[in-house]
Design a protein around this ligand. Structure first.
Ligand code: ADP
Length: 342
């Protein structure tokens, strides 16, 4: 913990905060700019934090900052991850100083990275034999389906494929989760023609899902592309369409339309629906509605929401139990600059 006067000089600091920040007694009476000039401060994704945005500075301007995560590169060459909270000390309206608390998260961060690397390597190692199983099952499918196997019990090749794909999906979800938590989510949106993307995606998805049950409905007034990162858009679509196919047996309809300055994409199914009390929670991590059948980790919708929000979009679901569910998400439209249009 450190206490600052109105000019930002340190008037009190405890040994823990001294150790975390690396500040020496001679730094205490220096100005904030001089003091922080010795330390390079970054956000967790590597953006430099200007001195004026350092939590103690913001607190001296009257802001209360909670748990801001920063990376400090100290003079000693050490890099540490800290969570900082800061608040102004006031009497009436006057700000007399500020107080800041620091927590060293470097070890937690290292453990997170180790977990991410571990998850990555085990899922990678598990994926290789799984790909072999799925590939061979796919090759055997036409041979086995409809063949007279004589004495052999019925081999349900579709069940092998279905279970294998579910396992592949769960591994992919776990890798994504580890990556988000490691702060590694990066989207690079570019203008994307959604109907063309969707048609191409459904063609490619034939091996992984039963696309014969997917219908597409396009609004006639689609004028603009969406601003989307193609790999990420594919994950979003495969999660929502995959769920709709998993939880229902009828036709699934994917619709694309525009509303204001957004492209709206929806995935509708005629499955069991989602109880109203569960609707607000289905996008939470590891949430699965009571009575949900089939395998799953409850991560797909959490990942989908994170990916949609990383594009600046929104996601929500509407559902009537017994009748079906519709998932909607929006993406910003790539509207050309007015000056570019004649
Ligand atoms: P998972 O499908 O792996 O359980 P998700 O995060 O994709 O995880 O979904 C969370 C929960 O939301 C599911 O367990 C299920 O209860 C519910 N759900 C998602 N999509 C649908 C759907 N199309 N119809 C009915 N319930 C759904």
């Amino acid at each position: 913990m450190a206490i600052y006067d109105a000019e930002g000089k340190i008037v009190r600091i405890n040994p823990a905060a001294e150790q975390i920040t690396g500040f020496q007694p001679e730094d205490f009476s220096a100005s904030i700019a001089e003091r922080w000039g010795k330390v390079r401060v970054e956000t967790p994704d590597g953006q430099p934090v200007p001195h004026a945005q350092v939590p103690a500075f913001r607190a001296l301007r009257g802001e209360t900052v909670q748990g801001e995560l920063m990376v400090l590169h100290l003079v000693s060459g050490r890099t540490i991850w800290v969570s900082v909270s800061a608040a102004p000390i006031r009497i009436g309206w006057e700000i007399l100083g500020a107080v800041a608390t620091f927590a060293d998260l470097t070890r937690v961060r290292q453990m997170q990275q180790e977990r991410e690397a571990f998850l990555h390597s085990i899922t990678h190692d598990l994926r290789t034999p799984l790909t072999v199983i799925l590939g061979h099952a796919e090759l055997l499918r036409p041979e086995i389906e409809g063949a007279d196997l004589g004495e052999m019990p019925d081999i349900n090749i579709r069940s092998i494929l279905l279970a294998g794909r579910q396992m592949a999906k769960m591994m992919e979800d776990l890798v994504d989760l580890a990556q988000f938590e490691g702060g590694k989510l990066k989207v690079e949106p570019e203008p994307t023609d959604v109907p063309a993307f969707l048609a191409d995606y459904l063609k490619r998805a034939q091996v992984a899902m039963d696309v014969s049950r997917v219908a597409v409905s396009l609004a006639p007034d689609l004028r603009w592309p969406a601003l989307a990162d193609s790999r990420t858009l594919e994950r979003i679509l495969s999660n929502l369409i995959g769920n709709a196919l998993k939880y229902s047996e009828d036709l699934v309809t994917v619709s694309v339309g525009a509303a204001g300055e957004e492209i709206v994409i929806s995935v509708a199914d005629k499955g069991p629906g989602i109880p109203p009390e569960d609707l607000p929670r289905i996008f939470d991590r590891f949430f699965r509605a009571a009575g949900t059948k089939g395998e799953g980790l409850g991560l797909g919708l959490y990942i989908t929401r994170t990916l949609v929000e990383a594009h600046g979009g929104r996601i929500w679901a509407e559902s009537t139990p017994g009748e079906g569910s519709t998932f909607f998400f929006t993406l910003p439209a790539g509207i050309p600059d007015k000056k570019d249009t004649p």
